[in-house]
Design a protein around this ligand. Structure first.
Ligand SMILES: Nc1ncnc2c1ncn2[C@@H]1O[C@H](COP(=O)(O)OP(=O)(O)O)[C@@H](O)[C@H]1O
Ligand SMILES: [Mg+2]
Length: 240
């Protein structure tokens, strides 16, 4: 088993003036290649803080984070941005699409930073939109898309650089149940293609799609449960 994410005694505090707010108080967690993990815990327990650290969007106060064999906990911001572009696809609850750009332009955005030419950007973005079932919405702006369609665009954007790790912070938090099921089916496919998938959710139904549930409370890992693959929930309604 290849370790892709190794968190060792991760601590994170926020500072409000001189007052310290300790949020993560020593997180130890190893996630192997191709695991499918749900991160759960009460509101305010530090799930997003931890996901942002895992996704190299934020740095730790102390502790060691080894990502795919590289110690990213000592990296500067620009180095971290490079690692993030190559290794990580991030999906947010609020979709975080750029409102003035079309669906394909949003999906293609990470390729601009990767230095890909315009023609290839458009081709790859369109192919990725096809994959998430949105090929016919390439020229729509975010305000012309439903929540579920917007999240598909965001997933396509997260996948465009072929990252091995997909992180999603409450990806179904703004979606109705039916749409949530469709989105979880996409994550399950991404996992089935060999990716490592970590998502935050507070819904047991959503966590049931994954193979491992890590619960955090009071800044540490409270429980860490793997379940046999046979027990994983599958959705029978969307098999084509
Ligand atoms: N940028 C920040 N500055 C100060 N406090 C923050 C910041 N981000 C989060 N917090 C605080 O850290 C705690 C954990 O937040 P968060 O990681 O968002 O929790 P969760 O995602 O589990 O709801 C909360 O008390 C929150 O108010
Ligand atoms: Mg959160």
């Amino acid at each position: 088993m290849k370790e892709v994410i190794s968190l060792q005694d991760i601590k994170k505090s926020y500072y409000l003036g001189k007052q310290e707010l300790p949020v993560l108080k020593g997180i130890n967690l190893i996630i192997n290649s191709n695991e499918y993990v749900a991160l759960m815990g009460p509101s305010g327990s530090g799930k997003s803080t931890l996901m942002n650290i895992i996704g190299c969007l934020d740095t730790t106060t102390s502790g060691t984070y080894i990502l795919n064999g590289k110690d990213v906990s000592r990296m500067e911001d620009d180095e971290l941005a490079d690692v993030r572009n190559i290794e990580i696809g991030f999906v947010f609850q609020q979709f975080n699409l750029l409102p003035r750009l079309t669906a394909w332009e949003n999906v293609a955005m990470p390729l601009i930073y990767a230095g890909t030419g315009k023609k290839e950007r458009e081709e790859r973005a369109r192919a990725m939109l096809d994959k998430v079932g949105l090929g016919d919405r390439a020229h729509h702006k975010p305000n012309e898309l439903s929540g579920g369609q917007s999240q598909r665009v965001a997933i396509a954007r997260a996948l465009i650089n072929n990252p091995s790790i997909i992180l999603a912070d409450e990806p179904t938090g703004n979606l109705d149940t039916k749409t949530s099921v469709e989105i979880m089916d996409i994550f399950s496919q991404i996992h089935a293609q060999g990716n490592t998938v970590v998502l935050v959710t507070h819904e047991e139904d959503i966590a049931n799609y994954t193979h491992r549930v890590v619960r955090i409370r009071d800044g540490v890992v409270e429980t860490d449960t793997r379940r046999p693959k046979g027990n994983v929930q599958t959705n029978e309604t969307t098999i084509a």
